[in-house]
Design a protein around this ligand. Structure first.
Ligand code: CMP
Length: 140
């Protein structure tokens, strides 16, 4: 299996409810290592840049508003097949469709306030990690 890195965000709906530790426990129980982590309050501009791929979608304005409304925790996770592994631990984007035991099934409020983000492919993981971390902040 390939050792891989993925980018994660613990979103405002989760940090507001003091769920950072509970979510990190699920990440670690799934065999992923948190090799970088920091709490930041995204500006609107940073949220717009991060989610630029969605800028034509009807939910873009609300997404930017929600992501910049309160602090988030940005992370780099490392492990075998980390991208897919983390997406499995997160569960479906819409918590109503998420499997039992996943982060979104247990903690998400709705499609927009869905507690976590994880990269969807190696190329996006590299771009997202570089947006938030310099190389010497990632300690594997
Ligand atoms: P995330 O994985 O962070 O990527 C884009 C985010 O947009 C997604 O999680 C959801 O929080 C949010 N979102 C809101 N509405 C939708 C929708 N209809 N389809 C996909 N994502 C949505």
């Amino acid at each position: 299996m390939a050792l891989e890195r993925t980018f994660s965000i613990i979103k405002p709906d989760a940090t507001r409810r003091n769920l950072t530790g509970a979510i990190n426990a699920k990440i670690e129980a799934a065999g992923l290592r948190i090799v970088a982590q920091k709490r930041v309050h995204m500006t609107r501009k940073q949220a717009e840049t991060f989610y630029a791929v969605h800028k034509e979608r009807p939910f873009f304005g609300e997404l930017v508003e929600q992501m910049s409304a309160a602090p988030v925790v940005v992370q780099v996770l490392e492990g075998d097949n980390a991208i897919k592994r983390y997406r499995d631990v997160m569960g479906a984007t819409n918590p109503a469709n998420a499997d039992a035991g996943t982060i979104r099934k247990e903690f998400a409020l709705n499609m927009g306030e869905n507690s976590v983000h994880g990269s969807d492919a190696p190329e996006t993981a590299a771009i997202e990690i570089a947006q938030w971390f310099s190389g010497n902040e990632i300690v594997g």
